[in-house]
Design a protein around this ligand. Sequence first.
Ligand SMILES: [Zn+2]
Ligand SMILES: [Zn+2]
Length: 353
Amino acid sequence: MKKKRIVILSLILAAVIACLVVGIVLIFVDIGGHSHRFGDWKVVRAASCMEAGLEERSCKCGESEKRRIQRLGHRFGEDNVCTVCSKRLIPTEQLGYSLSADGKSYTVSLGLAKDAEEIVIPLYKDGIKVTAVSGFEGANMKSVFLPDGLETVALHAFDGCKKLESCSMSITTKEIANFAFMGCEKLKEIEIPPTATIGQYAFRGCSSLTSLNIPETVTSVGYGAFADCTALNEVVLGGGIKELPASMFENCTSLVYFNFVKVTAVGANAFKGCKSLKELVFYKDLTTLGATSFQDCAALSKITYSGTKSEWKAVTDRAAPDWLANIDPVKGNFRVYCSDGVVNRYNIEIDVG
Ligand SMILES: [Zn+2]
Ligand SMILES: [Zn+2]
């Protein structure tokens, strides 16, 4: 009888100690690496026609995060004046306008404006809406203003405009067609509109572009879209593009870091020749690494993967056998940081201290 009581008492004591330990651990977890519980987003700076806004949310621990609010875009009336901010478009003279078959819209092109340094496209011409821009290939202008409301940047529209330094995009663009800005080697920045599809080689060889922000709502991008953008060193993928097409960033030699938010597949040659690429962040969504997708990425040394070692092994077992072609396995100190340990290129666990 006495023995039974001792057993019960020890069990209670053990339970009390266990509760205390768990409690203390929880307190430490909460102070240290807890997972933040953020409140609602609050606007820090409101967006306007042309300027993006900013909003912020914070956790009780003082940590906060910020995100961009898409600019609102102008609302031009038939007089080409914005009803919100009163900006007036003064269209470049002698542009070419071709009326659609149904007579309801215009496509604008360079026409006789060959000497203009600045091209301003109106949204309305004689009360008819301009919906597309086309045929400025190889033209000499330094800047282009595409009015919000315009929908299409046609095939080869600005292909080879080697002097073009700035292009104000229409926020309502639905299509940036194949080769649209290919070889615009002085173009410094580009706003990717939230509802656009991006065509094949659309920005290939834009060798002055340094940063790229692809909004979450963009879901379609074509083959080689940003290939040979040799100055590109900051890319933010919004997460809408699940499968990166073949050659998407091929030969982007200034890229150092890449975060594959929500990417499930990396196409063939997608990062081939990105010789400065050091660090990648992959998530468990990843299933496919295409042929020679990271060939010649000789600087690649750190991969962070949100899954386990065995999940990573499954990814590499399925990957094209040459996804890391021409990367010297002896010279590089290639490490994959999984959630439960670190492995080398051959999926052998290593102790990194
Ligand atoms: Zn927190
Ligand atoms: Zn405006």
